[in-house]
Write a protein that binds this ligand. Structure first.
Ligand SMILES: NC(=O)c1ccc[n+]([C@@H]2O[C@H](COP(=O)([O-])OP(=O)(O)OC[C@H]3O[C@@H](n4cnc5c(N)ncnc54)[C@H](OP(=O)(O)O)[C@@H]3O)[C@@H](O)[C@H]2O)c1
Length: 320
């Protein structure tokens, strides 16, 4: 494993972190396999785990907490998230800030997460949605007060899907230590304004959804469906799936020789030095082993990187 400085916080975090949404609530989640995957990741040097109270109503946090207790002698960083009080994704400017993140909700949600995780401090607590329209409200500053009190180690914002600039005003306050953003071969827009702003302030970057919820893992086909209630039915509506698979097909013809699509997808993200860690969602040890091997694998050449960059896809439709 290789490690990078996590913004101005100075933490040394593994290049490959661990996304735990799927194990909390996607169809097909299996607690035994998930625990094995988490343990394998910790054993292979992964030290950054992203979870949220909203993932399976605390179930993902409980799985991560149990994993922490099985590895008491290893420094493992945990990032969780406060859901918006109104449970509305994404954050919208038309929503009053007090409906999303009033101070008492942030405090109560953090206390629930502490209990789920079985810890007395969360390394990084993030807001699970955001709108820069809320920046002047006092409510979300509760995170800073929790940091001063030592209940959390750092303040983060997870920005809305495909709105990477909708956090720049929050960064201006100086209160935000880390941002979490969709960044992958398709979704390159964070490079435009967000990454330079983070670089200027020492704000750590967590790159999420490196496989575009599965399409960039190369495992989806025209007939892929999910059981009712699975988020991916909303993300990959028949129309979106068709459009996505056409892009995936074009990409598959442009992959570096001998490199699988998931490896190229992760390698693309890691070639950007602004990224602190990338957090693929993983629920099985085989995926952990494949993904955690990527930092030790070969780098992309400049020409290969340029070829992948041509697959940028700026999407505008809403999926949440
Ligand atoms: N609003 C937010 O803050 C927000 C939103 C979305 C995601 N996130 C965070 O970001 C993390 C990552 O995003 P995600 O999990 O939604 O999507 P993702 O990482 O783009 O894709 C996850 C999918 O890729 C599969 N996969 C992983 N490694 C693979 C490999 N080597 N080969 C083939 N398939 C592989 C996983 O399968 P298995 O599950 O079967 O292993 C899963 O189906 C989440 O878990 C969560 O922590 C945050």
């Amino acid at each position: 494993m290789r490690y990078r400085a996590f913004g101005r916080l100075g933490w040394q975090v593994s290049e490959i972190g661990f996304g735990t949404w799927g194990m909390g609530g996607w169809s097909g989640a299996d607690d035994v396999l998930a625990a094995e995957a988490l343990d394998r990741a910790a054993a292979l040097g992964c030290n950054f785990f992203d979870t949220a109270l909203a993932y399976g109503a605390g179930h993902s946090e409980q799985l991560v907490g149990a994993m922490l207790r099985r590895h008491p002698d290893t420094r493992l960083y945990v990032a969780s998230k406060v859901p918006p009080k109104n449970l509305k994704w994404p954050g919208r400017a038309s929503t009053p800030a007090a409906d999303a993140f009033p101070a008492n909700h942030i405090r109560a949600s953090t206390e629930t997460s502490l209990r789920n995780l079985g810890v007395d401090r969360i390394d990084l607590q993030q807001l699970h949605v955001w709108s820069d329209a809320w920046v002047d409200d006092d409510g979300w500053r509760e995170l800073d007060r929790l940091k001063t009190a030592g209940v959390i180690g750092a303040v983060g914002i997870s920005v809305n899907r495909w709105e990477p600039a909708n956090v720049l005003a929050a960064l201006e306050t100086g209160l935000v230590d880390a941002v979490q953003v969709v960044y992958n071969v398709f979704d390159q827009a964070p490079e435009d304004a967000l990454f330079p702003a983070c670089r200027a302030r020492g704000v750590a970057i967590i790159a999420r959804v490196p496989f575009d919820e599965g399409s960039l893992a190369g495992t989806l086909g025209p007939g892929t469906t999910w059981p009712e209630g699975d988020f991916r039915n909303i993300y990959f509506t028949p129309e979106n799936l068709r459009a996505t698979l056409a892009r995936v097909d074009a990409l598959s013809r442009d992959l570096p020789a001998g490199m699988s699509m998931p490896e190229a997808a992760l390698r693309f993200v890691l070639e950007n030095e602004d990224v602190g860690t990338v957090i693929p969602g993983m629920r099985r040890p085989a995926h952990v082993e494949a993904n955690l091997a990527v930092p030790g694998g070969r780098r992309l050449t400049t020409a290969e990187l340029q070829t992948l960059r041509k697959h940028r896809w700026d999407r505008g439709y809403e999926v949440e």
